[in-house]
Design a protein around this ligand. Sequence first.
Ligand SMILES: Nc1ncnc2c1ncn2[C@@H]1O[C@H](COP(=O)(O)OP(=O)(O)O)[C@@H](O)[C@H]1O
Ligand SMILES: [Mg+2]
Length: 230
Amino acid sequence: MTKSKVFSHVFDEETLKNVNKLQGDGYIGNLLGPIGTGKESYVFYSENFKGRVVAVKIHRHNIDTFKAIPSYIRLRGKNTGGFIKKINDWTRFEYNFLSKAFNIGINVPEPIRCYENIIVMEFIGAEGRPAQPAIKDSDFDSNEWYPQIIDYIIKMGRNNLIHGDLSPYNILNYNGKPFIIDFSQGLKLSSLTKSFLVRDIDNINKWFLSLGYKKIKESQEIIRDIDENL
Ligand SMILES: Nc1ncnc2c1ncn2[C@@H]1O[C@H](COP(=O)(O)OP(=O)(O)O)[C@@H](O)[C@H]1O
Ligand SMILES: [Mg+2]
């Protein structure tokens, strides 16, 4: 099968149109990789017209995703329109959360462009080889990472941002530094969404406990550090 046939086999017509649009505008070139495939998204790498390597995350127009997200979208206060619009809104939320994290100085891929169901962002890695999630590449200094990641959670929280799916699967080890990815389940912090923040903190504590570290802080203490009134 030729490359274009593979893509048309995998992607629906709407997605192919969106890929073409980003190619026509010079944000991406041919899709190479893929570097990540899940039930709900594909991530490729590509080169833009300036020769910069970028990561391209495409949310599939997948009926299973759709089943999972309505309640979540309700928490975000937006649940209108047809199926494709909902996936596009979902993508836009992810892009906005990623942008917010980038703007407050968290180590995340630089956001470059969001179009319909596609996010173009900085590629974390070198020479076409993506940095690996910490679950697969544990060659890092936990003494540094643990407090740093807790600081990130606090900083995001003080800026009303919850990652929502924080775990060693969504933290890339790039040159020994943690890069947080995948804001697809991001939420604004409020009393309604606090439990998602607690879950993120518990996941990180559990992970470092499993690596033999003593808990730095209980989740309740961290929450108080973020906002005394929560
Ligand atoms: N900016 C990036 N640079 C390098 N690799 C990435 C980047 N974004 C995602 N990946 C790779 O793609 C995989 C899936 O991306 P992710 O955003 O976590 O999507 P999903 O929602 O499917 O979990 C990641 O585990 C990582 O290996
Ligand atoms: Mg992920």
